[in-house]
Ligand binder design. Structure first.
Ligand SMILES: C[S@@+](CC[C@H](N)C(=O)[O-])C[C@H]1O[C@@H](n2cnc3c(N)ncnc32)[C@H](O)[C@@H]1O
Length: 244
């Protein structure tokens, strides 16, 4: 038993603009004793931390802890990583500190938080968890290019492009809007599948990369205008293709 309520908050930090955080997210960050954030390599700055760094209370000077999540599909490495990092978080929470875990976009869309939450809620059910939603990157992108992702009876699919793409054509046949996330290096592989699934050359084609950073790329054209130079190879990439 503890003489305090062990508390952990996960904050969705949105796609990159610090003004695109909820008031609740900003308050949680300002009140944190410890801020934990994901990074893909030891020593590599955390993107989630860079989004919120201007909001951190300098007087409170919270401890900042980078947790490494290697970019791998190896199940054993992933399991070990989730166990190790969730244990680091739990120990900090049990020391009586207000711990905030940061994640880009929303915590429940392709986020490291999903696995940490699963681990922590099984192993440490006494930790009281609060999750603060964040603005999802594809919605920020839709706002930048001014298109609806879905309207009326339209159906939309969200596909992580760095996994098995064998079902994409079948899904595309039944959807009006296809949103591809994750690694932009795989995007060119799906263009032909979409054409074969009946997306005409007049379909809207939009790509957003490193949104809300100084390297941002936003392109809006038609599927017929796409060439092999249209897509730059970047991990932080969103591609939207919509029937017209
Ligand atoms: C690990 S997923 C995290 C998704 C995030 N939880 C969300 O709600 O948007 C990372 C992928 O999200 C998309 N993404 C997130 N932030 C982005 C940004 N600022 N610019 C472009 N794509 C972004 C990209 O597809 C990227 O590869």
């Amino acid at each position: 038993m503890h003489d305090f309520m062990p508390e952990l908050t996960c904050v969705g930090c949105g796609p990159g603009d610090p003004e695109l955080l909820t008031v609740k997210a900003v308050n949680a960050i300002k009140n944190a004793d410890v801020i934990m954030c994901p990074t893909s390599k030891e020593g590599k700055p955390s993107i989630a931390l860079s989004v919120v760094s201007s909001l951190i209370d300098k007087d409170k000077n919270p401890e900042i802890v980078n947790l490494v999540f290697p970019m791998t599909k190896d199940k054993d490495i992933l399991e070990n990583t989730w166990q190790k990092n969730s244990q680091i978080i739990a120990e900090s929470v049990f020391s009586g500190k207000k711990v905030v875990y940061l994640t880009v976009g929303d915590p429940y869309l392709y986020s490291t938080w999903i696995y940490l939450h699963r681990e922590i809620s099984v192993k440490h059910p006494d930790i009281n968890i609060t999750v603060i939603p964040g603005i999802v990157s594809m919605f920020t992108f839709a706002s930048k290019i001014g298109i609806s992702l879905a309207e009326g009876a339209e159906k939309m699919a969200v596909i992580p492009s760095c996994y098995d793409l064998s079902k994409v054509k079948e899904i595309a046949k039944n959807c009006d809007t296809m949103v591809f996330l994750k690694d932009g290096r795989y995007f060119d592989q799906v263009i032909n599948l979409l054409r074969e699934a009946g997306f005409s050359k007049d379909s809207i084609f939009a790509i957003g990369q490193d949104l809300d950073t100084d390297k941002e790329i936003v392109k809006k054209l038609t599927l017929g205008q796409v060439t092999e130079d249209t897509i730059t190879s970047k991990y932080f990439s969103i591609m939207v293709v919509k029937r017209v």
